[in-house]
Design a protein around this ligand. Sequence first.
Ligand code: GRF
Length: 218
Amino acid sequence: MRLGVLVSGRGSNLGAVLDAAARGDLPGVEVVIVISNRPGVPALKIAERNGVPVVVLARRDFAGAEARDAAIGARLRLAGVDVALLAGYDQVLRPTYFAAFGRMTLNIHPSLLPAHGGAGMIGMAVHCSVLAAGDRETGVTVHEVSAELDAGPPRLQARVPVHPDDSPETLAARVLEVEHRVVVEAIATLAAERERGPSSATMAVAPESVPPDAAAHE
Ligand code: GRF
């Protein structure tokens, strides 16, 4: 399974995927390209250190977001990507992306979607929203991406406890650790499903994960 990864910043999830592949924990998976919408970000250095080709497609180099997103989809196709992973990609992809790529795209979101998803729910805003709601647990969702924000079908979720004395930063750190494990597991499961053929394409449930319905707005 040829994986393309879209990034915008830190790249710790990209690093987790590349480390897992190097350890042999992602059999049949190869990260073939990393695309960033921002030049000079740490994620690009992580890719380069691991020998993965990188491409920067910044919005300012295109007539508009639609054209840039079409170019991202086309570049993934050119690289022979089977599945794209949004790993801290900070823009909403326009329909031109989906038209150009036409294959599965996954996203990692640091909450139990649909809770704390949608417009503005990126980065620390997600964890602030969880704390403001008084939730006693949050989590991680890996879901398929559709043109509608944070709304594609979930593939894997895992719960993370919220501690009474959590700040957004301590909660973010606890969630991020789980993200790194869950993203690898979701990719491994998808690769295994694709290997076995379409009839086995069911959602995997990790030991401490929950079916998406049970996670909604607790
Ligand atoms: C992660 O929290 C991910 O869930 C969200 O953006 C963050 C990216 O972190 N979509 P990193 O760039 O992978 O370190």
